[in-house]
Design a protein around this ligand. Structure first.
Ligand SMILES: [Zn+2]
Length: 475
């Protein structure tokens, strides 16, 4: 409601009312010698080392619930350990907040399909498996597309019209399977040509474990069979149940406790998502989605900020929490999990500073960063004033600041009432979400400068000199 009100006021031409910040009225002091020394911890050699590892082919695109993401998480934990941070739980040396996921895999073996004479029949594989194994002897019923009143009591065979692809195809299949299930079908044999896109998808479903999705959950098995007039109606069918391996995923969290008795109860959360899209079969030779800009760059920023804050001879007055999330690309899952299972009281989080894609500047924006959701709080303005001291501009992006406010891990925090924004220093370039998002294409000098800017920008908040405020609130 407050956000809607602020938008409404903006639309009417009223600037949101921001309470005065005493310290921004007078210029901030320049960085102290200690702060300048800590700033030097953020250097291009460290940035190069971190990002060239995180975005390497060896990590296989850091897909959620893959060994590549686990290795990346172990690396982040090792960096937090080296910086002298504490873990979030009772065991101060464990930097993981773990969650257990049930994953779905379609079995690659166990399909039996026979004609009336007991001869094995061709098929193109299982597209989706059901909750339970199915055994059926008898004639598989044909679906008559002209009739909507058919009832079934066993598997059915149905032709699939072509002409659809991608998500539309998947949704169409899911909807038709759902209605056949409601009519009593216990499995669907889909008749498709051998070059139909579903055949490739069936192969991919076997090879990958997937997060459970509402679209395919508790559906009945779907087997792909040839669209051939000579193909007889099967008499015997055995389908294996889907497998549900358990996978552990981790948010990696390091804490630098504040040095002031009172203010140390308040925290700033610096975060970035560690996961990316993993590796996939695709048309090009390169199947690894390295996610260098998205978002090995942001994680590298968080690691460098942790080093810099930890290098101060006295820790900042407020507590600094550094987080690398899993599952952002699967729907902000890691940040949602943290917000639902907070390791710090959310009412005591003064800001979430989330880093997203800081490695590839737009023309004219080298060494500059922009913040999403600019008008929803004065955090951007406070960061701008602090970062200006090291000649880094923090600005409101005319196209993206609004559009991307809800598009990253800051959003679950916003929904929980926390001032939370993403800082970016790039653009939606052609390599976005492509296997070509490689670290060699980043501007590492720009990245280093921007991380230094975010450090200088957040220091006055870390030390309690400045406190961000939501827009549209009266004093
Ligand atoms: Zn991202």
């Amino acid at each position: 409601m407050k956000i809607l009100l602020a938008i409404a006021l903006l639309a009417l031409g009223f600037p949101p009312h921001l309470p005065a910040q005493p310290a921004t009225d007078t210029a901030l002091q320049p960085l102290t010698a200690d702060q300048r020394a800590a700033l030097q911890q953020i250097d291009q050699r460290d940035v190069t080392a971190a990002i060239s590892f995180l975005a390497s082919d060896e990590l296989q695109g850091r897909g959620t619930a893959t060994p590549g993401l686990e290795t990346a998480g172990a690396y982040v934990a090792s960096r937090f350990r080296a910086a002298g941070l504490d873990g979030p739980g009772d065991d101060a040396d464990s930097f993981y907040q773990s969650e257990t996921l049930a994953m779905i895999r379609t079995p690659s073996q166990g399909v039996v399909l026979e004609d009336a004479d007991g001869r094995a029949m061709d098929h193109f594989g299982l597209y989706a498996a059901g909750d339970q194994a199915l055994e059926f002897i008898g004639e598989v019923a044909k679906v008559d597309a002209e009739r909507e009143d058919q009832q079934f009591d066993g598997p059915v065979v149905m032709p699939l019209d072509t002409g659809m692809s991608g998500l539309r195809l998947r949704l169409n299949v899911a909807n038709r399977v759902r209605s056949l299930r409601q009519q009593g079908a216990t499995a669907v044999l889909l008749r498709v040509a051998q070059d139909h896109p579903l055949v490739d998808m069936a192969a991919a479903n076997r090879a990958q474990v997937r997060l459970p999705s509402r679209r395919v959950d508790s559906q009945i098995p779907v087997l792909l069979v040839p669209d051939d007039d000579n193909w007889p109606v099967p008499q015997r069918l055995e389908l294996p149940a889907r497998e549900e391996p358990v996978q552990v995923v981790n948010n990696v969290i390091g804490i630098l406790h504040g040095s002031d008795v009172e203010l140390s109860q308040q925290a700033i959360i610096f975060s970035a998502h560690l996961d990316h899209l993993g590796s996939r079969k695709n048309a090009s030779d390169d199947s690894i989605y390295n996610g260098a800009d998205d978002n090995a760059s942001g994680v590298t920023g968080v690691l460098e900020l942790a080093d810099a804050f930890a290098a101060l001879p006295t820790a900042p007055k407020r507590t600094m929490i550094f987080v690398a999330f899993w599952g952002e690309e699967r729907g902000l899952l890691g940040s949602k999990f943290l917000v639902e299972n907070p390791i710090w009281p959310l009412g005591k989080v003064v800001a979430n500073i989330n880093l997203e894609m800081i490695g590839r500047p737009e023309a004219g924006a080298n060494g500059k960063a922009w913040m999403t959701g600019w008008e929803h709080s004065d955090l951007g303005e406070l960061m701008r004033v602090g970062a200006e001291r090291v000649d880094v501009d923090v600005f409101e992006h005319p196209q993206f600041s609004n559009r991307l406010y809800r598009a990253s891990d800051n959003w679950p925090f916003v929904q929980a009432g926390v001032i939370a924004h993403s800082f970016s220093a790039g653009s939606l370039h052609n390599d976005y979400h492509q296997p070509t998002d490689e670290w060699e294409k980043l501007d590492l000098r720009h990245m280093t400068i921007v991380i230094r800017g975010l450090f200088a920008g957040s220091l006055p908040i870390a030390d309690g000199q400045l406190t961000p405020r939501k827009a549209g609130l009266d004093d």
